[in-house]
Write a protein that binds this ligand. Sequence first.
Ligand code: CUA
Length: 321
Amino acid sequence: MLAIAIATWPELALADPRSPFSPITPQATTIANLFWLILGIAGVIFVGVEGAIIYATVAYRERPGRTPAQFRGSPRLEIAWTAVPALILAVIFVLTVQAMNALAVPTGDPLEITVRGHQWWWEFDYSQNNFVTANEFHVPVGQPVILHLLSDNVIHSLWIPQINGKTDMIPGHERTMWFTPTRTGVFLGQCAEYCGVQHAWMNVRLVVQSEPDYAAWVRDQQQPAAPATGLAREGEQLFVTKTCVSCHAIAGTAAQGIAGPDLTHLGSRATIGAGVLTNTPENMARWLANPQEVKPGSLMPNLNLTSHEVSVLTAYMESLK
Ligand code: CUA
């Protein structure tokens, strides 16, 4: 049964881009292997116990003229069914501790990223490279990465199943997550600790790139926003005069707010509102017109913009590549 499961799980798992059974790091592979091993042990026990119950039910069912054997206690059996489960649990305990230690081992010269959980979005601070981004982060393939996980509000939990296990982000207590991606691609995750009304829309995207592609991405992120022209220019002027600036930063402009996501390169991200909408001009306009209709409870208020204001701001946001 286990052999069949192992033979088919990659195909099953690849259907879901967030499957922990499709690991892309040694860390997630360690977790998946431990899972399959424990599932195998539990499977053998399940089949054995259920088989014994079914056998006993049939073989020793009530029959006329037959009296069940009468006895009381059996030290040998008592010891056996205490010792065997204890031994099995001890083996699982040792394997689990080994796996946990393997997950915590620093390797090589890591890329360090500080991740802050907010209600309800993710902030990625590449302080080594002097830029900040939100909800989508990139790393180079093959290099160890350490994430420093922080929160200044409630408890969140970062879970990108293909890279490592879920790790809580606890206010006032830094935690870390290591991973070394072994292949390129886009890997999805989400907040795995209930953190308020929009917990379900606290999605995260990890983009693993080749070394040159990653270097190019970093160079782009380090640039201030390109000067806006035309409609986008009008949008920029509106942006810095509206309440937008009290929450958002756009490098190269007067906007330096830190309460909301940094928008310097918003136009290059795949989604809006931590995954709630794909990033298209139509969706951007819908989001700006009434964020509370799209993501009720989010801290982005309805600014009651006119349709002209929405269209110039949309042009500006989409120009922030
Ligand atoms: Cu953040 Cu749930």
